[in-house]
Design a protein around this ligand. Structure first.
Ligand SMILES: Nc1ncnc2c1ncn2[C@@H]1O[C@H](COP(=O)(O)OP(=O)(O)OP(=O)(O)O)[C@@H](O)[C@H]1O
Length: 290
């Protein structure tokens, strides 16, 4: 027979089911509410690859980054523009753990708090950074540069003992094709053009299979043809991973055809399609007022 005040049947097998229902303790209710609030607060960052909220960083009292908030979706490519000193490099330094922020939140892939990790850990998590100047091994062939990068995670001894697997060979072929360096695979890196060296370095980063690639002024010093090819290359890369590109060259940014964030004095001044951002009077003023 069922207890009319307790619809749970008394079976005897599980005594917990037989206990009468009581209202939760007010403290339990408070905890549940807090948990729900926390889940609500973290919901927006779950769908994002990179989440910066109210990030600040001062150098000797000067606010290089000042309440910067930025959200990058999984699989998104974003162009970051802004006049000299806007905080673009400092932002990249903070994301990659080279510089620690004074305040603010930075989450990677929804849940990982980047402010609790150092540079090496952040790189190992899948955030690759391409600096402006290419740093390839000049005396090695294109292929060997990529092989070293592919083997990078194994460590030096393991690399020396390692025999190239079919998977590595396939990946090498993919990266050569993606970076437009297939015909140059046997050439020494020293013999590549400036643009090709940049592509090789991008290929070396791809060998680490990053989820997020940060690229600092990739087309500085490139020919117009190389600049256009780099835009295509980055668009190809962004099919499988997220990319943040810092760039001054507006022709190149237009070629990328992605959402643009304009930084100024360490915060976001404007965000949206390039045409809208470049027509924004605030943006025009900071660029013309330089
Ligand atoms: N380590 C540091 N010590 C002191 N000041 C710094 C340091 N790093 C950056 N700054 C200052 O912070 C501000 C932002 O610099 P940052 O290099 O991030 O700008 P940027 O947008 O990358 O500029 P650019 O386009 O010229 O590379 C600048 O005023 C710079 O002088």
């Amino acid at each position: 027979m069922r207890d009319p005040f307790n619809p749970v049947p008394v079976t005897g097998a599980d005594e917990s089911l037989a206990r009468p229902r009581v209202s939760p303790h007010p403290y339990a209710t408070l905890l549940a509410e807090r948990e729900a609030a926390r889940a609500g607060a973290t919901a927006p960052r779950r769908d994002t690859l990179l989440y910066l909220n109210a990030v600040s960083k001062s150098f000797d009292g000067f606010k290089a980054i000042n309440g910067l908030s930025l959200v990058l979706a999984k699989g998104e490519m974003r162009a970051i523009i802004g006049p000299n000193g806007a905080g673009k490099t400092t932002m990249m330094d903070i994301i990659t753990g080279k510089t620690r922020p004074d305040a603010g939140e930075i989450f990677f892939d929804g849940e990982t708090d980047l402010t609790r990790h150092d540079e090496a850990e952040i790189a190992a998590m899948g955030i690759g950074r391409k600096f402006q100047k290419p740093t390839v091994f000049e005396n090695h062939s294109v292929e060997d540069n990529l092989r070293l990068a592919l083997a990078g995670r194994r460590g030096v001894f393991a690399t020396l003992l390692h025999r190239e697997s079919a998977a590595d060979r396939a990946r090498l072929g993919e990266i050569l094709e993606l970076t437009r360096l297939g015909p140059k695979r046997a050439s020494a890196a020293a013999d590549l053009s400036h643009g090709q060296k940049q592509w090789l370095e991008i290929g070396m980063l791809l060998a680490q299979d990053p989820q997020l690639l940060l690229v600092d002024e990739p087309v500085a010093g490139m020919t117009d043809a190389e600049t256009e090819e780099t835009a295509r290359l980055l668009r190809d890369i962004a099919r499988t991973r997220s990319v943040v590109v810092v760039e001054h060259d507006m022709h190149f940014v237009r070629e990328l055809g992605v959402k643009v964030t304009c930084l100024h004095e360490g915060a976001v001044l404007a965000e949206g399609p390039l045409d809208a951002v470049s027509a924004d009077p605030k943006v025009v003023e900071v660029y013309l007022g330089r």
